[in-house]
Design a protein around this ligand. Structure first.
Ligand SMILES: NS(=O)(=O)c1c(F)c(F)c(S(=O)(=O)CCO)c(N[C@H]2CCc3ccccc32)c1F
Ligand SMILES: [Zn+2]
Length: 263
């Protein structure tokens, strides 16, 4: 099993020992600040194909001990990237009930409350994500920054199942819905850069699209995310809360982040 964690003796500073790419180049996440941003008029709006999944289809929500991830339908894919990318899974990163600053990417040094990632793989060049995940241009991840605001009924379609995946390896089925509802306003406005998986094995294989505008979820929804899950199995005598499951921002030198919007 993947023996790494976000805290303690297997925390992120030890990842490069077992996972060399974690100490390598093009690592994610990063901080978006004005002197590394450059407007690029070629960054066109993405097209989300097959995102409106019928409620008769089922997504599988799993607690994998690191995050809560939802396996997505292979009919979902993105067009308008250099290649066609097919959806694999979505998952989240968050902080804790005393510090709701668990996003991975930051903007001008500021964390958002949480961050959702929709992981896709290059289905034009590779048969599945396992073949794609360590290749250049292998993966494309969409990142949505989450902040506190009104109750969000679309996110609730996932969040209401957290009580059934409290412990590692628990799973539950989620009726399909329009995953495009999870995206922010103005999805044509985004940050774009080449980076990596933010968990081991940290392959530098990810084309990142981080949407400029955050999505709002309520304080209660955020608290549920921060308090519902454990990294440990249901019978573990020493339960470990699943909190602060975000990697710190990485050095980003001599590179630019391209933006699809003018300030
Ligand atoms: N922040 S992130 O987008 O870099 C990222 C994660 F943060 C994360 F936790 C996971 S995971 O699969 O839940 C657990 C560790 O792989 C993946 N999983 C990806 C990477 C490897 C893999 C293989 C099959 C399906 C999904 C994934 C991930 F891409
Ligand atoms: Zn992630």
């Amino acid at each position: 099993g993947s023996k790494w964690s976000y805290i303690g003796p297997d925390g992120e500073n030890t990842w490069p020992k077992k996972y060399p790419f974690c100490g390598g180049v093009f690592q994610s996440p990063i901080d978006f600040h004005k002197d590394i941003l450059q407007y690029d008029s070629n960054l066109s709006p993405l097209e989300f194909i097959g995102y409106n999944v019928s409620s008769t289809d089922l997504f599988t929500l799993t607690n994998n001990g690191h995050s809560v991830k939802m396996h997505l339908s292979p009919t979902m894919h993105i067009r308008n990237l250099p290649f066609e990318y097919t959806a694999s899974q979505l998952h989240l990163h968050w902080g804790n009930r005393n510090k709701s600053e668990g996003s991975e990417h930051t903007v001008s040094g500021k964390h958002f409350a949480a961050e959702m990632h929709i992981v896709h793989y290059n289905s034009e060049k590779y048969p599945d994500i396992t073949a794609a995940m360590d290749k250049a241009n292998g993966l494309a991840v969409l990142a949505i920054l989450l902040e506190i605001g009104p109750f969000n009924p679309s996110y609730e379609k996932i969040f209401r199942h957290f009580r059934n995946v409290k412990y590692k390896d628990q799973m539950v089925h989620v009726p399909g819905f329009n995953v495009q509802e999870l995206l922010p306003d103005r999805p044509d406005e985004y940050y774009r850069y080449e980076g990596s998986l933010t968990t081991p094995p940290c392959y530098p294989s990810v084309l990142w699209t981080v949407f400029r505008h955050p999505v709002k979820i309520s304080q209660e929804q955020l608290l549920a995310l921060e308090t519902a899950m454990y990294c440990t199995e249901s019978d573990d005598p020493e339960p470990l809360e699943m909190v602060n499951n975000f990697r710190n921002v990485q050095e980003f030198r001599e590179r630019l982040v391209f933006i699809s919007f003018r300030e």
